[in-house]
Design a protein around this ligand. Structure first.
Ligand code: B12
Length: 304
């Protein structure tokens, strides 16, 4: 099998497993690494100390897997179905957490893809899987592999599938045929920047996370700054994505695991406010919300 056939077969398997997008890029330092360091130095990461602590690793995939030659990037859509779209406006939980934890869903598929690679493509290879689980600038590699472009809301955006996508990667020591980046199609549109109620998107493609509702509800561990408003959200935020014209026409995600759980469908802000610690534990089981600690949740209900 040559490099082109290896890539074609691997991508075909990724599509078979349900990923909407798959592409390959070389395992070289990410193109926007200097921007990332600049971003950190400005303090935009807030309390996300893990970004600072492992910044060297983010600068070179060889530090994660010595001898790595290629990166497969994949994307799995969680675009809600039209019947659930009204929830985007009134549910206090961002739709990224309506179903089963994406770390679990995407990891399971990546493990199957890895097994396939090692049995059918290159048994002598070393392969590592990532989904938001390691020091890799995932959006940069997805863009380099032609999955889409980085939108003004800083997210990976695809012309057909929009931006309600989770990303994952296989880091591989085998040489593979790589894909080409796509054009940036945001053009003059600024819908995401205009919609952000906290003006966290300070410039096109530049997010000051310390102002972002997603960061404040999910990542900021200490007390929220005085006068913080969360605009109805208790966990995460969708506002810079729901207004994106590319999401308006994107097909709904096919992944069963991302169907909204019944307890999410009926959740009101008031019900969230009165949840006990025990109820919250059950509510967040196997959900991406498991990372939100109960005191943060209570704090959020006091600021919305
Ligand atoms: C930290 C993090 C966050 C932070 C920071 C967000 C961010 N934009 O990076 C917070 C908590 C805010 C966050 C929120 C969300 N996240 Co998040 N997050 C991550 C994580 C772990 C790291 C990303 C990272 O390195 N950020 C650091 C900064 C520097 O990256 P950046 O914004 O892309 O920065 C670039 C620009 O700032 C630019 N830059 C720097 N200086 C300058 C100056 C100028 C003038 C310009 C133009 C640019 C520029 O260069 C930087 C480097 O590329 C990734 C997983 C991973 N390992 O990659 C998931 C990830 C990015 N998140 C994801 C998701 C789903 C979300 C949310 C939608 C969840 C939600 N519903 O609330 C929101 C979206 C908010 C938003 N608009 O970004 C997905 C995104 C998928 C996609 N389609 O792109 C990822 C890839 C996880 C995954 N595996 O699927 N997240």
């Amino acid at each position: 099998m040559n490099a082109t056939e290896r890539s074609q077969n691997l991508k075909a398997k990724a599509f078979e497993l349900g990923f909407e997008l798959a592409g390959l890029s070389p395992a070289v330092p990410p193109s926007r690494y200097t921007d990332f360091l600049h971003w950190l130095s400005k303090g935009y990461a807030g309390e996300m100390g893990y970004l600072e602590r492992r910044k060297e690793e983010r600068g070179d995939p060889q530090r994660l897997l010595p001898g790595a030659r290629s990166i497969l990037s994949v994307a799995l859509s969680y675009n809600p179905s039209p019947e659930h779209y009204p929830l985007l406006e009134k549910n206090p939980i961002s739709c990224y957490a309506w179903g089963r934890d994406y770390h679990l869903v995407v990891s399971e598929k990546l493990e199957r893809l890895k097994e396939y690679f090692l049995s059918d493509i290159d048994p002598g290879a070393q392969v590592k899987t990532y989904v938001d689980t390691g020091p890799l600038l995932e959006k940069d590699y997805a863009a380099a592999a032609g999955l889409g472009w980085i939108g003004k809301n800083t997210l990976l955006l695809n012309k057909k599938f929009g931006s309600f996508l989770f990303l994952g990667e296989l880091l591989i020591t085998t040489e593979m045929a790589c894909d080409e980046p796509t054009d940036n199609l945001c053009r003059t549109c600024t819908a995401c920047m205009d919609a952000c109620p906290t003006q966290a998107l300070e410039e096109p493609g530049l997010l000051n996370a310390t102002k972002c509702i997603s960061y404040l509800t999910l990542e900021h561990r200490s007390g929220l700054p005085a006068n913080t408003r969360l605009h109805g959200y208790l966990a995460g935020c969708d506002l810079c994505q729901t207004v994106c014209p590319y999401n308006a026409n994107a097909p709904k995600g096919r992944e069963e695991g991302f169907q909204p759980r019944p307890e999410i469908l009926g959740l009101t802000w008031e019900a969230g406010r009165t949840m006990t610690a025990e109820e919250f534990k059950r509510f967040t089981e196997n959900s991406a919300l498991e990372r939100v600690k109960y005191p943060m949740w209570v704090r959020n209900t006091q600021s919305s």
